[in-house]
Every structure is written in structure tokens, then in C-alpha cells.
Ligand binder design. Structure first.
Ligand code: CA
Length: 509
């Protein structure tokens, strides 16, 4: 411990102050709030996640400012937008920059990073790390560590939890801890373990209101994108079995086809699905596997909560559950994320802070993922660095809402065309409206989120909306300037894809 920090710690002890709280940050990948029963999901039950909400606070409006995996992770670590941390697309994170993990480590927190990292460079600022290479895999995953690579037999969600439990058991007991426990699930290709797969096999999942959206009034972007449940899921996504005689590249080619007819077996009879029947079937297959992956996360969060109870850590540990962004579960006929529509940008955010946050409370204030790092700083009693662009959520957690809390925020997505032919865009969201600008096409969308919560009516060209358009444009460009977005990465192409690149690591001696 540095002398100054040692002095502060001693002074705090002498003053009888409570020890600094531990932070257990659990984040999954692509977990939509619509698939958590604490958020009113009609499609599944997540009792362990609900327990965090019941014993703490459920944030209803936490948003991701660039809704894809790698950029969101970089933003969470730095408290900065993509154009300031250098990660607008799937490009490599420069680990030499300041991060909240480094600040906490310097303040004598014991820091750990376990699971999906997806930032293309070695983790920095962590006393312990073991991460999946790139996207990682669901079954028998490899992990990269400072000393090398190891394969662990089993299912990723269980293993990541096992590793997190080991971290908690083996941590130095004289320091608070900061643990980032990051699940791979429920990311595509939605591969559940056998137990949870069986739970959802054949289960009929209710269709969302906008599954059959016809995109009337919308701009070209949503029509052009290739993230549609009805058209873009492959045989691999749908878990169709290839003919046994196909091997290697031929087998892979078969699996990569987006089927327009599928043969299934019903009561021992073969049946060919086409048209709307096939569309409905694809939605069911997608959701059954997705929800089965979520169920495993829920079980494993329960294991962590139980351990905190058993180890006497409950009272002084803040537990957070979130996801790196939201996800479309068939809304607007889509899967994946990227768009500035609500299901994509909405991050679930459940937090339990015994003695500080009133149990069972719901927080309507708008928060964004650049707020996470400032919040961790504040929790640890550290000043928030001036270059972090978010704001501490601690006042909200204490049940206070600062008078100057944000009433608007800025979004920018760059990955164009990316994996799904998604158009780059930026925009502003307020408490009541959302303005989206697809800058390469010079096309706009405006939604009244109060009158049209499902975002089905683009009213940008309505005469009656002219004043609202003008005000929102002014606000959007004000935020863009304030955040120092000078279009630094406007033409960044997603060529430097970290998905396929292993994290660099030192070879074991
Ligand atoms: Ca993600």
C-alpha cells in the first residue's frame, strides 16, 4: 500500500468508518431486460436475478451509448464514449489508458476479471484475470491467463461462476475486492447446456407485439439490415442437424444456409415448414435456446449470492447484475442489437447495496454505461476523474435525485455495415422522444416514446413535429460538441475484428 493510501486507510479505521464496500459486478452478454422476470418478462422466470431487484434497486432506464459488445466494454472500463477511448467498433482496446480497474487497484482494491473480455488486448489493472479468447465458446472453453492458456471441461456459465467463487475464496482478506464476472451467455449462437435445453424444448414462447412489424414510416436502415429472425438465422443458429455424410467445409457450408424451408418431425411424421409457419417456428427455436442460456445464468447468479451469504460477505458487498447492452428478442422482427431502438440500448441493471439502497426500489432516472466507472470510483471513496464522461449513480442509489440529473443523452453507433448490414447512426434520447440520424444516408427518424412506446411511427416528417425536431437537433449537436465527438471515427471500418484474434499472452515458462 502506498504511504498516502495507508494513512487514509488508518485514519478511516481510527475514525471507526465502515470498511470500503466490495463490488461484485456480474455482466452477461446480450441479455435483454425483456428476459428477466423482475422487469415483468412474460417469457421466463429468473428468481435469482429478481432477488437482487427485491433486495436492492431496479434501474428501468440504463442505456448503452454504442450498442455492441466491444465498445460497451471499453466504455464501462473507462467511463468514456467510444470516440474518447478509441473503441468505436470491434477494434483493439489500448490497455495503457486509465481504467476504473487501475484506479481501484491503486487504491488497494483486490481486482479481478473473469470470463468474456473481448477487447483484443491483455487485461490491465487486474490482480487476477482469466478471460475467454475473443468471443469464447460455450462448451469446454479455453481461458487465457498471464501464464498461458488452459481448457476447462464443462459449460462456460458454470465454469465462469466456479472461477469467480475461487477468486472470492482465495482473495486477500485484508482488502476490499472488485470483481468483474463476465458471462459469455446468452450471446449468439445461443447454446444451452443439456439441463436447461430440456427445460425449454418445445415450450411455446409468447410473440412480442412488434414481431411482424412491416416497417411502414421507417427509413431504409431497418429494411436493409440483416438481423431478422424470419430471414437471417442460419441452420446453425436454428440447431438443424446436417446430413451425416457431410464433413468439414461442406458441413459448415450447409450450416451457414439461411433456410427458406425446414423439415421437422411432429408425432413421428415428417413435415415441411414454409412461409408464416416457418417464421413462427424460427422465432420459437431462437427464443427457446436463448432463454435456456439465460436460465443457466440465473442459477449461477444464485450460487454467487448464496456464497456471499455463507461467507458473511453479504452486508459489505455491492452486487450488480447487468448486460453489455440490450437485445432484440423478435421485437421489430429482429435479433441482435446495434440500433438505437429501445430493446437494443436498454441494459438491465439490478443493484443491491445493503444499508444504503432501499430494498425493492425502482429507479426511473436515465443512466448510461459511461456512468458505471464513475459509480465504482465514488463507491470506493475516490474522486471521479474529470475526463470520465459519465456521472456517479451513488446519489440515485441513496434515494436522492440531483436537481441537475440528465434529461437527455447522446448515442453513436459506427459498425457499418458490420456483421448485419446495419447503418451507422447517432441520435439523442430524452425522457419523451428519440431522434435518430443515419448520417451516411442523411435519413432521420423521430419517435414520441410516450404516445408510441413501441417505436412504430416515425414522425420526423410530420408538420406537427417540426418544433420538436428543431429542439432535438439543437440538443443532439450540443451533446455531441460537449462530449467532444468531432467525428474522429466517423469512417472507422470494422476491419480490425477482435473476434477471431486471440488475446496476446505470455507463454508458460
Ligand atoms: Ca454483447
Amino acid at each position: 500500500m502506498k504511504p498516502l493510501l495507508a494513512f487514509i486507510a488508518l485514519a478511516a479505521t481510527l475514525a471507526g468508518a465502515a470498511p470500503r464496500p466490495n463490488i461484485l459486478y456480474i455482466m452477461s452478454d446480450d441479455h435483454a431486460a425483456q428476459a428477466i422476470s423482475a422487469y415483468g418478462s412474460p417469457i421466463n422466470q429468473t428468481p435469482n436475478l429478481d432477488r437482487i431487484a427485491r433486495e436492492g434497486m431496479r434501474f428501468d432506464r440504463v442505456f448503452c451509448v454504442n450498442s455492441i459488445c466491444t465498445p460497451s466494454r471499453a466504455t464501462i472500463l473507462t467511463g468514456k464514449y467510444s470516440h474518447m477511448n478509441g473503441v468505436p467498433v470491434f477494434n483493439r482496446f489500448d490497455g495503457s489508458q486509465p481504467t476504473v480497474a487501475k484506479y481501484l487497484q491503486a487504491a488497494d482494491y483486490h481486482t479481478g476479471m473473469i470470463g468474456k473480455w473481448h477487447l483484443g488486448s491483455d487485461p490491465t489493472g487486474f490482480d487476477y484475470w482469466t478471460v475467454l479468447p475473443g468471443q469464447g465458446v460455450y462448451h469446454d472453453p479455453s481461458f487465457l491467463e498471464p501464464t498461458g492458456r488452459r481448457v476447462i471441461q464443462g459449460y462456460a456459465t458454470d465454469i465462469i461462476t466456479d472461477l469467480a467463487l475461487d477468486f472470492l475464496k482465495n482473495r486477500p482478506k485484508d482488502k476490499p475486492f472488485f470483481l468483474m464476472c463476465h458471462h459469455k451467455a446468452p450471446h449468439r449462437s445461443w447454446e444451452p447446456d443439456a439441463k436447461h435445453k430440456a427445460m425449454f424444448a418445445g415450450k411455446q414462447i409468447p410473440e412480442p407485439t412488434t414481431l411482424w412489424d412491416d416497417y411502414a414510416t421507417r427509413t431504409d436502415a431497418i429494411r436493409e439490415c440483416r438481423q431478422k429472425v424470419f430471414y437471417d438465422l442460419t441452420r446453425y443458429d436454428l440447431k438443424l442437424e446436417p446430413p451425416t455424410n457431410l464433413k468439414g467445409p461442406e458441413r459448415n457450408k450447409w450450416l451457414s444456409v439461411k433456410p427458406t424451408e425446414v423439415e421437422i418431425e411432429v408425432n413421428g411424421q415428417k413435415k415441411t415448414l414454409t412461409g408464416n409457419e416457418l417464421k413462427k417456428w424460427k422465432y420459437q427455436r431462437y427464443l427457446q435456446d436463448y432463454l435456456a442460456c439465460v436460465q443457466s445464468i440465473d442459477d449461477n447468479v444464485g450460487r454467487l449470492l448464496d456464497y456471499l451469504d455463507q461467507a458473511g460477505l453479504r452486508e459489505n458487498t455491492i452486487v450488480i447484475y447487468t448486460s453489455d447492452q440490450g437485445f432484440f428478442l423478435g421485437e421489430h422482427g429482429l435479433y441482435d442489437k446495434r440500433f438505437m431502438y429501445e430493446e437494443s440500448i436498454h441494459m438491465p441493471f439490478l443493484i443491491r447495496w445493503p444499508g444504503v439502497t432501499k430494498p425493492g426500489t425502482v429507479q426511473p432516472a436515465m443512466a448510461i454505461n459511461p456512468d458505471f466507472a464513475p459509480t465504482f470510483m465514488d463507491i470506493a471513496g475516490l474522486a471521479v476523474p474529470a475526463d470520465m464522461q459519465g456521472r456517479s449513480l451513488v446519489p440515485l442509489l441513496k434515494g436522492e435525485r440531483p436537481a441537475d440529473w440528465r434529461t437527455s443523452w447522446y448515442y453513436r453507433y459506427y459498425h457499418d455495415p458490420g456483421n448485419h448490414n446495419t447503418r451507422a447512426h447517432y441520435g439523442v434520447r430524452t425522457e419523451t422522444h428519440k431522434l435518430i440520424y443515419f448520417w451516411k444516408q442523411d435519413q432521420w427518424e423521430l419517435y414520441d416514446l410516450v404516445a408510441d412506446p413501441y417505436e412504430l411511427h416515425n414522425i420526423y416528417d410530420d408538420i406537427a413535429a417540426a418544433d420538436t425536431v428543431a429542439k432535438l437537433k439543437t440538443e443532439m449537436y450540443r451533446l455531441k460538441k460537449e462530449l467532444r465527438d468531432d467525428d474522429q471515427f466517423a469512417n472507422k471500418q470494422p476491419t480490425d475484428n477482435v473476434d477471431s484474434q486471440p488475446v496476446k499472452y505470455k507463454k508458460a515458462p
